[in-house]
Structure formats: structure tokens, C-alpha cells
Ligand binder design. Sequence first.
Ligand code: ATP
Length: 509
Amino acid sequence: MSDDLFKKITSHAKEYGFVFPSSEIYDGLSAVYDYGPNGVLLKNNIRDYWWKAMVQLHENIVGIDAAIFMHPRVWKASGHTDAFNDPLIDNRDSKKRYRADQLVEDHVAKIQAKIDKEVKKARKRFGDDFDEEKFLNEHPRVQKYKAQITDIEMRLNQALAAQDLAALKQLIEDLQIADPVSGTRNWTDVKQFNLMFETQLGAVAGNAQSLYLRPETAQGIFVNFNNVLKTSRMKIPFGIAQTGKAFRNEIIARQFIFRMREFEQMEMQFFVRPGTEMQWYETWKEKRMQWHKSLRLGDAYYRFKDHEQLAHYANAATDIEFKFPFGFKELEGIHSRTDFDLSRHEEFSGKKLRYFDPETRETYVPYVIETSIGLDRMFLAVLSASYKEETLDDGSVRTVLKIPAILAPVKVAVLPLLRKDGLPEAARRIYENLRWDFMAQYDDKDAIGRRYRRQDAIGTPYAVTVDHQSLDDGTVTLRERDSMKQERIPAEEIGRVLREKLKLSSWLG
Ligand code: ATP
């Protein structure tokens, strides 16, 4: 994977109507993106796949849709007003602003790249006999690099946990990190920067109240705990799921839709009896990993990364990391949040947020396991793992998005072989039938080969072709995107075949 591949994916996303820069005719708005005609279909399908897995397939999970605006005290209670900060640092020469922790992490990535280079060299030298694990554990230069990384990460974690901005600056100086733009080490002090967007409620001057655009959807779930408990007949353990927009004024936003200022989250808070949280934490780790793997993008794309430095409210936390074109990065977080959020909201609202457990006859503030995934990040994961350039037998190259069929924007394309002899009319009749059940497209422009390529490029898993034989015996060919194999089937069978391939139980079952 490389920068080059990532560039290809971003330009493909734009060229084929998946993702556009926001307000592009005004030269765009940094780290804000719009989804195009194919993008919105893919995004809706990912959200739907998550929602069905979480809400439809769990008797004990219900959904809500809370407003983006919330009472400002919510963010006092959650700790966001005081502590949702990133450490920033400026370079006086380039006038560029950076996240201090990311400068250090980029430095670590460079050392890691040196290790990877050594491994590559050694693999070439030793061929089939190469034992990577042994090499990593014994090679002196690799050992030195690994020790450097451990030391840097320890210092970074300590500085961040203690919010010690001077220690963070010292680390940047000790590592002699230079600004990638100016090349100089002329840094300012490190400052805290709150990531929440502030806005005003009400039009009366002087009377307006400051509000925040929510930086996460989770708090909308916590403040509705009593409402859901009273109205949904849920008993602990149970969960509340929600998808929706969140906003963060990220200091630097890079890597396309990986880090945006306006993005969408899919979160589920699972309420459990205190003392059972570790068991539920393990359950949700496993369930969420299964959900990812059900898409069959390849198991090697995923790994867990446990948090070494826990947030003050958490007693366990892990990330599901995905192998993006720029390396393994967080895709989803699974956190055991204890009773922190509900207790804080009790304290700040003066309302009880408790549960009477009929089994133990005790009343308690439930503990919470959270699963939190970025929809846009998941979109990028699907897109980057699906993008393939394949050299075909005739030497030509096809660009194909091998998007899991259940998520594909368009499920089936209906194509008359030629634009004459009644083939378009027959094909349109099939298309008009299929579109009641599937996102379908009719296309009769250009040669058939070009039309297949067009559908490959947007990831359409199936194409139905209507030819002269179709008029005689009512059969059509069904082409499968990945294998490009075609089989002849009766036209009236298409709906049944597609339903079978696209049914939820074939994916999540
Ligand atoms: P990061 O360390 O990448 O900033 P985070 O740990 O702050 O992420 P969480 O607060 O745990 O992220 O949010 C849960 C999920 O929301 C993340 O796993 C990610 O998928 C998504 N997410 C967070 N920030 C952004 C963003 N700026 N743009 C897109 N998705 C985001």
C-alpha cells in the first residue's frame, strides 16, 4: 500500500461520484466533504448494515435519534467543556499549526518504517528461510529502533495523561523534530485547544445562549436513559444505538475522509450490572470484530489495539484498527466507560439515572460498554480495500471496486447487448421490474465492454445482459463482477437469484 494508491482512490472517489470536496466551486472547505450519487448509496448501505446488525438482530437493543444541539450543561457533565482538548504547536517560520502528539507519532512512524525496511531487505536476502519473528526479536539494529519507539511512546503517553504541555514540548525538542514544511525547529510552546464548535441559540443580542455542536453522539443516549427505560420495556443488560452527525474542530485534518470536521458516528451504549462489565466488554469486542469480518474484505485488514493509557472514566478500552493505505489506524473504539457518564449526569442534572434490578433487588447506576465507529471512516475502509486494478488476459487493465455486494451502491445493471432489434425495450421491462426491490441501473450507451467497465468502476456486483436469444427463449446472462463469469438464466429468475445473494442472513448469519 502506498501514497500513490491512496491518491488513486481519492481521485476515483471523485471521478465516479462517491465523494466531492465541500463547496468545491469556492475551492472547497478544509476537511469537509460531500457525498455524491454513488457515495450516498454506499454510505446509506453501510449505516443500514450496522443498524440491522445492532438493532434489528438484537432483541435487547433499541435505537434513538437525538438532536445535534444539546443543553450546554451536558458538555460540562461529560467533561468536554474542560477537557476535550488537543495539544497544538506552531512553527514560527512556516506559520503552520500541528497537533503536538501527532508530530511525535509521525516521528515514531518514521522509525517504524526503518524497521519495515530492514525486514524487507532481510526477507529478500534469506528468501523462504526467513523467520520474521526471530529477526524482529534478535536483529541488533531493529532492537535499537524498537527500544526507541517504546521510550518515545512512554514519554508521550505520560505527558498526555498528565496534560503536561512542557513535557510534550521537551519531547519534540529532544527528538529534534523539524517542521516538514519549513524544515526548521523554531517551535512555539504547546497550547491546549478545545475541539468543540461553539454557536449561539436565539436572536436577541446579549441574551443569546452559547451552544456546542455535539462532538459525539453518545451523550444524546445517556441523557435519554430514563426515557428509553420507561418506554421500551428494556431490562438490563440492554443497549441504545444511534447514528448521526458529530463535529470536531480538528487542528489538522488530513487524509481525505479519515479525519473530518463534520462526520457521522454510529454508536451503541450497552448498560450492564456493575461487576459484569468486563465480560460484556469481551463480548462486544468479539461481536464487533465479527461484524467487520462478515464483509469478507480480508481478515488481515483488522487488528485490535488495546489502549495502554486509559481515559479517567474507562477501565478498559481497545481500538479495532484497519489497514488503510497509509497504515493501520483506528476505525472503531470499544470502551468500558464504568458508571462515569450516568453518574456525572445525575450530579449535574439533579435527576436520578438508576435501574432497579428485579433479580438482585438492588438499585444501581448501570455500567456502560460503548461501541463507537465513524461512518465516514468505515466508508474509506470499504473503498480502499475494494479498489483493485486488474490486468486481464488480453493485457488490458480494469479498475474495479470489489465492494461487498450487500453494501454496493447499485446492485444490478440491466444492459441490452445492442441498441436495436427490440433489445432496449426488453431490457427496460426487466429493469422496471427489478427496481422495486433493488437499486438498479439501465444503460444502453456505448459498447457492452465499456458498460461493464463502468459498472465495475462503481462496484455493481451483477449485470444482466439482454441479447437476441433473450427474445427467443426469455433467458438473459447474469455477469458476476469479481469473476466476470456469465451464466444464462431465465429472466424471471433474476429477482430470486439476487434476493438469495443479497439476503442479510448470507452476510450476518
Ligand atoms: P482519533 O484518535 O482518530 O482522533 P478518537 O479516538 O478521538 O479518534 P473517538 O472519540 O473514540 O475517536 O470516536 C469514535 C470513532 O469516531 C472513531 O473510531 C472514528 O471512527 C470516528 N471519528 C472520530 N473523529 C473523527 C473525525 N474527525 N473524522 C472522521 N471520523 C472520526
